[in-house]
Design a protein around this ligand. Structure first.
Ligand code: MF3
Ligand code: CO
Ligand code: CO
Length: 262
């Protein structure tokens, strides 16, 4: 089995890619306003990545087994959309919540991060879902250290989200990342403490909990990509790319505009 542990050189490249991914979110944040289309957000991000950063948008034409090529450069998942929403003619309106998920490739290495944005005045429930999901990501991140198990991460996220009255999507997970967009291991956002892979310094993976206000069940739309909640309840997601260190973790997808940890 291929080693999951990155070399010092690979880690340095991943730091660069991670920061660039987060900086795309900093760039797009002021544009996320009522009246803009998700397609316009995609076009702005694409142009910034390619012409300002010199990065490659990893989603564009990404084609994992069983899928058609992904047609855009970012994912925009609005309200009851869980993940992999395809940007297009949808106009953002006051009260919407939208996840923007960015993955850049720089010098062959991937940086993957997403945030929630609130358009105008969200409902109390929508704001709480975004906040609890952000906190669940950081509660998961704080479990990461050499010797911990992936089940510790999943358990911490699940316990926190469910105690808040929300549900955890099971069909999608975090993932190892490096020269490839999606590598081993799978990082579940639910689980049992002490179960799963034992972490070692030098591993890099994403944590990206998808939390629903209603039931956890999902459906895929006919576009072959967009995932929505089966009950049409709101869904939120936040994502960071994280390095395991001997005494803890290093979040690779930080930048100036990144919301501070709770
Ligand atoms: N960025 C997503 C993730 O966090 C994957 C998107 S795949 C795409 O793993 F093709 F939809 F872009
Ligand atoms: Co990811
Ligand atoms: Co992502």
């Amino acid at each position: 089995m291929k080693s999951l542990i990155k070399t010092a050189d690979e880690i340095q490249h991943m730091r660069v890619a991670g920061r660039l991914g987060s900086e795309v979110l900093d760039f797009i944040a002021p544009h996320v306003k009522a009246g803009i289309t998700t397609g316009a957000l995609d076009a702005l991000c694409h142009e910034f990545m390619v012409n300002v950063q010199g990065t490659v948008p990893a989603p564009l034409n990404y084609c994992p087994p069983g899928h058609t090529p992904y047609p855009k450069s970012i994912c925009t998942s609005v309200n009851h959309q869980v993940c992999h929403g395809i940007p297009g003619s949808k106009v953002l309106k006051n009260g919407d919540i939208v996840n923007i998920d960015i993955t850049v490739i720089k010098d062959g290495f991937h940086g993957d991060t997403s945030r929630m944005f609130m358009v105008g005045e969200p409902s109390k429930q929508a704001a709480r879902l975004c906040a609890i999901t952000f906190e669940s990501l950081w509660i998961g991140i704080r479990e990461v250290r050499a010797g911990a198990h992936l089940g510790d991460v999943g358990h911490a996220i699940q316990t926190f989200a469910e105690n808040a009255g929300f549900s955890v999507v099971r069909e999608f997970c975090g993932h190892g990342i490096g020269r490839n967009f999606h590598e081993e291991p799978q990082v579940l956002h639910y689980g049992r403490r002490g179960s799963g892979l034992a972490l070692k310094a030098g591993m890099i993976f994403t944590i990206e909990p998808m939390i629903n206000a209603g039931r956890r069940n999902i459906r895929q739309l006919a576009d072959g990509w967009s995932i929505v909640t089966a009950d049409h309840s709101l869904s939120a997601q936040w994502e960071h790319t994280v390095l395991v260190t001997d005494d803890g973790f290093e979040v690779l997808t930080l930048s100036e505009g990144c919301p501070l940890p709770p």
